[in-house]
Design a protein around this ligand. Structure first.
Ligand code: DQA
Length: 155
């Protein structure tokens, strides 16, 4: 069975009350339930972890090697600062989709750079809850592509 790790970074546990005009009113739990249901339709298992601590997220990425087939990550503001998370993700062999609810490219300049961008398969941003759905759609292709070539998705 394909196993997906969904990682949520700092302050995403505040969704629902956090800047609703930018992030909407759904809670993180709402997003997770939605993306888990969509992954479930593919027969996939989705595990979610949220942390406000960079090191915890890094250790989750380390532990994902050989266990999970793909990662979906919304690293919150660590996206714009964390070279440590970049390096951890760089050592994960499967597809990685970077997700943002908002469109960081259209916001403050400090959000215009992603340290993760060079090591992810692609980024989906600006579509609210739909960003997560689109990440699953992308993975249908990316995970499928690898199994068709005989390459294990988590090699
Ligand atoms: C975010 C965008 C980041 O710039 C911000 O720091 C977040 C949320 C998003 O989902 O739009 O925490 O990742």
């Amino acid at each position: 069975m394909i196993k997906i790790l969904l990682l949520s970074g700092p302050n995403l546990d505040e969704l629902g009350t956090r800047n609703p005009t930018v992030y909407g009113t759904l809670t993180l739990d709402d997003h997770v339930q939605r993306v888990r249901a969509l992954a479930g339709k593919q027969g996939w298992e989705l595990t979610h972890l949220q942390s406000n601590f960079e090191g915890v997220l890094i250790e989750q990425v380390h532990g994902a090697r050989g266990v999970f087939d793909a990662i979906i990550i919304n690293a919150g503001a660590l996206t714009h600062s964390s070279w440590s998370l970049h390096d951890a993700l760089d050592n994960f062999a499967g597809p990685i989709v970077e997700v943002h609810l908002s469109n960081p490219a259209g916001r403050e300049s400090f959000r215009h750079t992603s340290t993760l961008a060079p090591v992810v398969s692609g980024t989906i941003a600006g579509f609210g809850a739909l960003s997560y759905d689109l990440a699953v759609v992308a993975l249908v292709d990316l995970v499928g592509e690898r199994s068709h070539t005989g390459e294990s998705p988590n090699a």
